[in-house]
Design a protein around this ligand. Sequence first.
Ligand code: FAD
Length: 519
Amino acid sequence: MHCLLRQHSIVFLVLVLGGIAMHVSDPDVPSSLDALRLEGNLSFHDVSLAAKDFGNRFRFLPSAVLHPVSVSDIAAVIKHVFQMGPSSKLTVAARGHGHSLQGQAQADGGVVIHMESLRGGGTRVHAGERPYVDASGGELWINVLLECLKHGLAPKSWTDYLHLTIGGTLSNAGISGQAFRHGPQISNVHQLQIVTGKGELLTCSTEENAALFHAALGGLGQFGVITRARIALEPAPEMVKWIRVLYSDFSSFTEDQEMLISARETFDYIEGFVIINRTGLLNNWRSSFNPQDPVQASRFDSDGRILFCLEMTKNFNRDEADVMHQRVEALLSRLRYIPSTLFQSEVTYLEFLDRVHVSEVKLRSKGLWEVPHPWLNLLIPGTRIKDFAEEVFGKILTDSNNGPILLYPLRKSKWDNRTSAVIPDEEVFYLVAFLSSASSSSDHDGLERALKQNDKILDFCKKAGIQMKQYLPHYTTQEEWKAHFGDRWELFAHRKGIYDPLSILAPGQGIFRKVVRSS
Ligand code: FAD
C-alpha cells in the first residue's frame, strides 16, 4: 500500500478545453480510505473514466473511485469523509451514467461513487392496484423498463434517452413528452432511500422525512446519495402510433401544442422540434423514426423556411387498433399543420421509448458520440415563447445542423412545488433544448461557435426580461445560483446545512464549496 501512496502523490495534469486544471492528489487519502471495511472496493489508479462525461469539456480527476456492492459501502465512505471534518478537502460525487454536461458528477481530488456497481436489492416490481417498482439509484432506466415489461407494466414518466440512471435523472427532474400528463419523473416517485452527507441512511417519502424527500428530488445531488427509489408504474401498452407533422407558422404550431396538452382526450406523448436550413447527418441523431417514412428536408421542399415539427404518440394494444385510429384521426383533424406533411409509423412501446439509443449506436459507429456537447436547456415562460422564437430562430441561429432543437410545452400544475426543481412561474412553460455537438473532439472552432451562440441566447433572455430557468443548470458563482433559485434559495441552503453540513456532496455542481480549515 505504501508504494501505492507514493505513486498516487504525483501531480496530475488534466487538460480541459479552454484551460488546464491542475490537481495535486492528497497522499493521505488512500491510506485513510483503505482502512475502511467494505464489501465492494476502492480504486486509486483506474480513475480516469470518472473524470469524463457526455459534455466532454470538463475533466477533474478524483483521488479514488468507490465501486459499492452495498448501501453500507456508500454510507461507510461518506461517514468517514464527514468524520474527517473540515480539515480534509475530500468531497464525494455520485456518478450515475456520467451523462452530465459540465462535470456535475465529478469530484476534483475527491471520491467518485460508481453508482452502477450498486445492485443490492435488485429491481422488484410490485403489481396490484397501485403498481410500483423498487430499484437501485444506480440502475439504468432501460433496465428498469425491461424488468417492468415482464409484468406488463412500465414507469409513467420518461426522458427521451433511457441509458441514464435513476439517481441521475431524479437529481434533475426527468422530462420528456409524457411530462404534460404525468409531470416529470420527480412527480412519480413514492419513496427514496438516501445516504446523507453525514453518512446516515434514511428512508424518505411525503410521510416520512418529507423535507429530505423533497430536497433530494431535483436536488442536483446536494443532499444525499439516492441509493433506492420507489417509482410509480402503469400498464404498458403494446404499441405506439408515432406521428410527425410540420408547420411553417410558429403561432399555429405552439397554439396546437398548447391545445393538445390541455385537452382531456389527447395524445400520450407530445414534443416538437425546430428545423432551420437542415442538412447533414448530425441532426438525424434522434431520427430513429421509421426509415421508410422519415421527416427529411429532401422529401419536403421547405423553400428555405424555418419549420416546426410536432411529434406525438398514441399508445394502444393490438386488439384496440381500430379505436386508436379513430381517436387519432379526430385529434389530427383539429390541427393546422401543412397537410402534405403527415408522417406516421407504428412501433412497439419499447422501440419507441428506447429510440435515441438507435441513434447513439449509429453515431458511435461514426465516432460522433464522444465529442464535445455544448448543450443548453432552457425553460421559457409560455407568454414569452413567441418573443424568444422570433429572436433566436433565424437571427441568432441560422441553421440547426449542429444538433436538434427541441421545443415543447409543459404544465406547472403537474410539478410538485415542494421539490428542489426550479421552473418558471407560469402554468404553461416550454422546454427549449439546443442539443449541439462539435463535429469531432478537435473541432475547437465548432465548439467555440456553439458556446458563443449559447451566450447570445442567454444574453437575449436577460435583455428582453424573459424569466427563464436553466434546466440541467450550470453556473459558476453562488450569486448566479441564488438568482436561479430565487426565493427558494434560502430553503435550499437551509436544507443543505441539515443534510450535508460540510458540503461534501456533488461538488461538480459548483453550488456550495467545502470550507476547509487547517486543524
Ligand atoms: P450523472 O451525470 O452521472 O449525474 C448527474 C448529477 O446527479 C451529478 O451531480 C451527480 O453527482 C448526481 N447523481 C448521480 N447519481 C446520483 C444519485 N444516485 N444520488 C444523488 N445524486 C446523484 N434529461 C431529461 O430530463 N430529459 C431528457 O429527455 C434527457 N435526454 C438526454 C439525452 C442524452 C443523450 C443525455 C446525455 C442526457 C439527457 N438528459 C435528459 C439529461 C440527463 O437527465 C442528465 O444529464 C442526468 O444527470 C444524466 O443521468 P446520469 O445517470 O448520467 O447522471
